[in-house]
Design a protein around this ligand. Structure first.
Ligand code: UD1
Ligand code: MG
Length: 423
């Protein structure tokens, strides 16, 4: 971002989202674990814009509960259109020089680089309005981009207002714009609601600027999927998948092997080292770090707060949460380890679980280096197992185990001779 220009963003988040058929605002529905509007905010913030205003209206408290004090709010009392929504933010624009980026709040998988690129193009090309556009084979429902013979953008026509010829245009308006603040304020004074929807369209600003001899332009987005919006729950699922595949692909490009992307769920903010292999049906939640040369899965669940060193093996049907695992340690089958710290080169036998919750509090389990935890051990937290300790299979461990000790905590077996003879 070039220093001399102030850049402000306005996220339009007042709409109803009727097609979600929900009691909740569309914008607070989660896409891959994070609210739609929070994703829109984060994408804008990651693009380098700090001064962000949200226009809220319908179910505004729900949107505010998600965005909290990350943004400034303006209230749109009546939904009179996207242009009217932007007008509500006038107080934050007046007297300012620079750029304002306007974004539809329901476009959650837009890349931050795309927003940054739009602003940079707008500044470099000295344009008063720069739009993001895309080429769609099926442009139905979107505003169409009207260009003159020279290819310059003249304006945007909404589906409802378009002529038969205009509806054939495949270049659509993504609903993401970069405007010159002063000229936007002037143009907003000239828009009206004389159209098929009876709404004030932000899109009319483009034609107004052109009529006033101000240069406008467009950036065609490379990846068409980025600008997809969420209008109903079918689209919500489609976007979730696109986002998931994008995250998986990033990890693969960074040197992680994913055997089956279609059954691998890696949420945001996960770090995975190179040469780690992720087996099918595995879920890795946010805030997890996995080292190099690890094996994860199949059918495993790595939850928030886990930190795995290099060469860790998490095998099948294992769930771990807020757990630190040292280098070379193995948890190969059917375990639950929660709120746990495990040292290096320790083996956690099949079926071992931490009993970390007593109905009121969560407690920690600490296991040292080079331990052998026998199969089907219950570790009743808080409890500590020293380095090089050995726990006999089937033990229920309630007391700390000293280093190098063998702990056996199970009832002795009694054999009743001839007990089951019937004759
Ligand atoms: C808009 C564009 C269209 C573009 C499409 C891309 C206009 C007139 N049209 O159409 O050219 O192709 O987005 O997705 O802008 N909102 C408010 N207040 C309002 C109305 C809307 O805050 O009074 C918010 C909505 O919550 C939503 C965004 O603005 O986040 C877009 O509104 P929507 O009604 O979905 O516009 P589209 O008809 O999709
Ligand atoms: Mg829309």
């Amino acid at each position: 971002m070039q220093e001399q220009e102030e850049v402000i963003a306005i996220i339009l988040a007042a709409g109803k989202g009727t097609r979600m058929k929900s009691d909740k605002s569309k914008l607070v529905h989660k896409i891959y674990g994070k609210e739609i509007v929070l994703r829109s905010y984060e994408n804008t913030k990651k693009a380098g814009i700090d001064n962000i205003i949200a226009v809220v209206g319908h179910l505004k408290e729900q949107v505010k509960d998600v965005l909290k004090d990350r943004v400034k709010y303006v209230y749109q009392e009546e939904m009179l259109g996207t242009g009217h929504a932007v007008m509500q933010a006038k107080e934050f624009l007046q007297g300012k020089k620079g750029k304002v980026v306007v974004l539809n709040g329901d476009v959650p998988i837009l890349r931050p680089e795309t927003i940054r690129n739009l602003v940079e193009k707008s500044i470099t090309n000295k344009e008063y309005a720069t739009l993001l556009t895309a080429i769609y084979d099926n442009p139905y429902g979107y505003g169409r981009i009207i260009r003159d013979e020279g290819g310059n953008v003249e304006g945007i026509v909404e589906e409802k207002d378009a002529t038969e010829m205009q509806r054939k245009i495949k270049e659509i308006n993504a609903g993401i714009y970069c405007f010159d603040i002063e000229e936007l304020l002037k143009a907003l004074d000239s828009i009206n609601n004389d159209n098929a929807s009876g709404e004030y369209y932000i899109t009319d600003v483009i034609k107004i600027m052109n009529d006033n001899g101000l240069k406008t332009g467009a950036v065609i987005v490379e990846d068409n999927t980025e600008i997809l919006g969420v209008n109903d729950r079918v689209q919500l699922e489609i976007l979730t998948k696109i986002l998931r595949m994008r995250i998986n692909a990033e990890h693969m490009r960074n040197g992680v092997t994913i055997e089956d992307s279609s059954t691998t769920y890696i949420y945001d903010d996960v770090k995975i080292g190179k040469d780690t292999v992720i087996h099918p049906n595995t879920t890795i939640k946010s805030d997890v770090e996995i080292g190099e040369n690890c094996e994860i899965g199949p059918n495993s669940y790595i939850r928030e707060g886990c930190r795995l060193a290099n060469k860790v093996k998490i095998g099948s049907f294992v769930e771990i949460k807020k757990t630190i695992v040292g280098e070379g340690t193995k948890i190969p089958h059917l375990s639950y380890m929660g709120d746990c710290e495990i040292g290096e080169k320790t083996n956690i036998g099949c079926g071992t679980i931490t009993c970390n919750y007593d109905g009121f509090n969560k407690s920690k389990t600490i296991i040292g280096n080079n331990c052998f935890i026998g199969s089907n051990t219950n570790l009743i937290a808080p409890v500590t197992v020293g380095d090089n300790a050995f726990i006999a299979a089937g033990s229920t461990i309630t007391d700390d185990v000293p280093e190098y000790a063998l702990a056996i905590a199970r009832q002795r077996q009694t054999n009743k001779e001839d007990w089951n003879r019937k004759d």
